[in-house]
Every structure is written in structure tokens, then in C-alpha cells.
Design a protein around this ligand. Sequence first.
Ligand code: NAD
Length: 301
Amino acid sequence: MLSIDLSGKRALVAGVADDGGFGFAIAKALAMAGAAVSVATWPPALNIFLNLLERGKMDESRRMPDGSLLTFEHIYPLDAVYDTLADAPEDVRTSKRYKDVGDFSMEGLAARISADYGEKGLDIVVHSLANGPEVKKALMETSRAGYLAAVSASAYSMVSLVSHLAPIMRDGGAFVSLTYMASERAIPGYGGGMSSAKAALESDTRVLAYEVGRKYGHRVNTISAGPYASRAASAIGIIDRMVQYCGQNAPLTEHLKAEEVGTAAAFLCSPLASGITGSTVYVDKGYHAMGMAVAATDQLL
Ligand SMILES: NC(=O)c1ccc[n+]([C@@H]2O[C@H](COP(=O)([O-])OP(=O)(O)OC[C@H]3O[C@@H](n4cnc5c(N)ncnc54)[C@H](O)[C@@H]3O)[C@@H](O)[C@H]2O)c1
């Protein structure tokens, strides 16, 4: 039987701070396939996440098919907008949520992973994070600072993650990130430069795939997921309507489940996908294939 087997592999999922987003679902799917999983969490969300875990508030979603609970080998602090600790401004470094977590930069993450697992101890890296402080503003209303912040947190963070972690991955490593169709089609409401950031992320996926493919033999892909009401997506303000719209207009009308993104990511990270790199893979119930809203025609099926 052909099955996804990640036993003996070690994975890092960056961008997990609760059980309501794609990162958590991907972490769980990777663990179900046998991988040992660590996560990286944004310092402002870290304490709440640890509390939820300790108080058993996520036990139901952590339940694995064999009855055990999903566990993370390590929970690393990561603020993906800083490549080195010195890049973080003094007021951030000394603020309540950051001052006691140690080096929360990309460099710090790579150093901790090497210390925990040796020079080549990682196989899979998932980038499941994004931030656009002005996401509710139209692109035309977006400030330069807001636009650059969106691109820094949501696109350059992937470049940095790859450049810091590719060298400490075993041969045949796999990277996966999460993108959204607003990169290639105008989606009203997805503002603040987030559409630009996703376009950059997809373009960088192709270039990074070439570069780390040639240099290390690793693969880089991105999943273009359909709308899903995670915590981050709820910040957009219209996520419920986006979910409903896709349900009405996609080839498959059931709403997208995070688990469907999780299993697709597990496949892309597995040896079964050894021939796939530099790709944007749609996990959106087929919505991307449509050219006209169903309600605009009489062709309701
Ligand atoms: N939910 C959707 O509708 C949807 C659709 C397509 C793509 N995506 C993408 O999926 C990915 C995961 O998002 P999600 O919707 O599952 O929400 P989520 O809230 O589960 O994940 C976003 C994570 O990013 C983290 N984060 C924000 N800024 C950070 C920073 N500077 N450093 C480190 N971490 C930071 C947050 O703490 C959070 O854990 C994102 O890239 C998002 O754009 C989401």
C-alpha cells in the first residue's frame, strides 16, 4: 500500500500559536505520518499558547488516531521579521513578551535547532505565518511602512527561513509555505500589501526551489489554500463571507477543512513528492479553476 511515511524525519512548523489554523493542522498531519514535530511561535502569542497546552484546552484537537496526544518536541520562540537579535529594536527586545524568551530571531532559531539536533538534524520546514498590519486598508490607502511590514513578515520571512535552515537540513529536505490566490487575482478586502506579499512569496518559491535544489537538493513548494476562518484570517474582517462565497462558487461546495491542507502539506513534504518543487499547489476545493461566479449564470448544477 502506498502511504505517506515520514518516520525518522524531523519537522519544524513555523506559525503555530493555537489549534485553529493551518500550521496546527499541518503539524498534526506530519506527526500522523510519523515525523517528530517542533513548532515556532510568535513571542506575543507564546504564553497564551503554552497556557492553552498546559491547561488541556487543546486536548481534543491534539488527539491522534491512536488515542495519544500530539506533542511537540520543542516550541521555539520566533519573530520572523528579525534575522538577528541585533535587528530587533531595543524596545521590542526589552518588552514584556520578548525579554525572557532568548534569541527569537531567525539566526537564534537556527542556532537552537543545531544545538538540539546537531548540524544536520532537520528534514521538513513549514512556513505558516503572515502578518499585514494594514490588511483592512485598500492597497491605495496602504502606507509604505504597512506595505513593507506585510512583505517583510509574510514573504521575506520565507527567504530568511530557507537561507537559515537549508544548511542544517539533511539531504532531500522539503520546505512548504502557505499562499493565497489574492497574489494573482484581485480579491477585494485583502489589502495592506498582503496580496503583494503573496505574489512575492509565490515568485520566491520558484527562485528558492532552483537555488536550494541546486545547492542542497531540497525542495520548495507553496500551497495556495482557500479561505478558512483561522485567527489570522478573522483579522481580515470578511472571512466568513469569503468562505461562503467559495462554497457557492467552487467546483466542490463543502467548506475547506484545515486537515485537507495538512494532508496536502504532508504529501508535499514526503518522498512521494520527490519530483515536485517550485510549485504552487491549490488546495481550495477547485475555486481557482473558475472564471465566473455561479450565481451570475443559469448553469447552477
Ligand atoms: N486562513 C486563510 O483563509 C488562508 C488562506 C490562504 C493562505 N493562508 C495562509 O496560511 C498561513 C497560516 O495562516 P492561518 O490562516 O492558518 O492563521 P494562523 O493564525 O493559524 O497563523 C498565522 C500565524 O502567524 C504568526 N505570526 C504573525 N506574525 C509573525 C511573526 N512576525 N513572526 C512569527 N510568527 C508570526 C501568528 O502568531 C500565527 O500563529 C498564512 O501564511 C496565511 O496567509 C491562510
